[in-house]
Write a new protein. Structure first.
Length: 383
């Protein structure tokens, strides 16, 4: 028979063994949890890095021509007005308490009926933001198409539209030519471009600035054309020129100024058509007015212009848009880039108020500078 002391020692040993097992289990659990957290952290980092680097991976790898607006790998505005990441961060931070209140949603009027083709004159349908359907010389031209709910790399955050596109994407006629002014998300919307490509058998001609073709090819546009400023290409009977404007480019943190932004001039039998895309005011408007003579239609941005310390270099305000109308010797202008996505600080209807005042100050008939609601169309009579 064992003594009580021996029994106590055995009980103590059993307790130590049990405690060790429990400790080992807890330690293993803690180690596994740490491992899982590390794996989740690494996966999150990979996803974040992939999303930031995705745009960079689709930039043309070849060096660009060295010029007065490129060092061979990046692009610049000729007057040096290039905002950096610190300026962008400051603007975004200040926007948290400076943005005006916008309505949650606004209805659109009944849309204008869209013909399949227009052979005589110029027909312009304002769809939304910078998206215009231009019908001229039998060509259907679409500018900076966006039908997505948000102008953003993700579907759950970023600027959300307050009114729907004026025309459903499925109701478009067959598109012959797409003009992409630059690669910001509100102007180069990948989901919209993918859907446009899928809904028609024949690939539209798509034209953009240097460095964008790889991304466009990944969306199904195998023959995407990229141009430098002052380059041109022919599309049926029209000539498409890619011309200088004052803006910037980026789709992520690490691809700043790696693709070229620009405006378009389309020469047609009905006159020249100017599509500005996004731009600040600079001498390029007068230069292009002198080069091309006059414009039957100029499509100019009038919104997203406050605060001026940040936006002046890259976005026209209505006063500058009216001056651009004058510089371009424009017979008719059409305002875009307002009242759909809240990108800046001004109230949603301020661009229309400021445009009206600027036209009156310059003694220009308001009928010469349209500001339409989504889905509305206007026609310029044949020459």
């Amino acid at each position: 028979m064992r003594c009580h002391s021996c029994q106590r020692v055995e009980v103590h040993l059993e307790q130590l063994i049990l405690n060790d097992r429990l400790f080992t289990s807890r330690r293993k659990l803690a180690m596994k949890m740490k491992m899982y957290r590390q794996q989740i952290g690494r996966a999150s980092l990979v996803l974040l890095t992939a999303s930031l680097l995705y745009a960079c991976s689709l930039i043309t790898e070849r060096p660009y021509p060295i010029s007065d607006h490129s060092d061979g790998s990046r692009f610049y505005n000729r007057d040096g007005s290039d905002k950096g990441l610190s300026n962008i961060s400051q603007f975004l931070w200040q926007s948290l308490w400076n943005e005006s209140a916008w309505p949650e949603s606004l209805p659109n009027p009944e849309p204008s009926a869209i013909p399949d083709r227009v052979e005589d004159g110029i027909r312009a349908t304002y769809i939304n933001h910078a998206t215009i359907l231009i019908q001229v010389d039998g060509l259907n031209i679409l500018t900076d198409p966006i039908w997505s709910e948000r102008a953003s790399p993700v579907t759950f955050a970023g600027p959300k539209r307050i009114r729907p596109p004026g025309i459903a994407i499925s109701e478009l006629p067959e598109i012959d030519l797409i003009l992409i002014s630059h690669n910001h998300y509100d102007h180069l919307d990948t989901e919209t471009l993918r859907q446009l490509r899928q809904q028609q058998e024949e690939e539209p001609v798509i034209v953009s600035g240097l460095g964008n073709a790889a991304l466009l090819r990944s969306l199904g546009y195998e023959h995407a054309i990229e141009l430098d400023w002052s380059d041109s290409t022919s599309v049926e009977n029209a000539t498409v020129h890619f011309v200088e404007c004052q803006h910037r480019s980026a789709r992520g943190v690490f691809d700043q100024m790696r693709t070229l932004w620009g405006s378009f001039v389309v020469e047609t039998s009905e006159g020249n058509i100017y599509f500005a895309g996004d731009t600040g005011y600079s001498p390029h408007f007068k230069e292009q007015g002198e080069r091309f003579g006059s414009f039957a239609l100029s499509i100019l941005p009038i919104g997203a212009y406050e605060p001026r310390w940040f936006m002046k270099d890259i976005h026209l305000n209505p006063v500058e848009a009216v001056q651009a109308h004058i510089d371009l010797h424009s017979e008719q202008s059409l305002g875009i880039h307002f009242g759909v996505f809240q990108l800046t600080w001004e109230p949603f209807d301020q661009p229309l108020i400021d445009l009206s005042a600027a036209l009156e100050a310059n003694r220009i008939d308001a009928r010469r500078f349209w500001a339409l609601e989504p889905g509305q169309a206007r026609v310029i009579a044949p020459r």
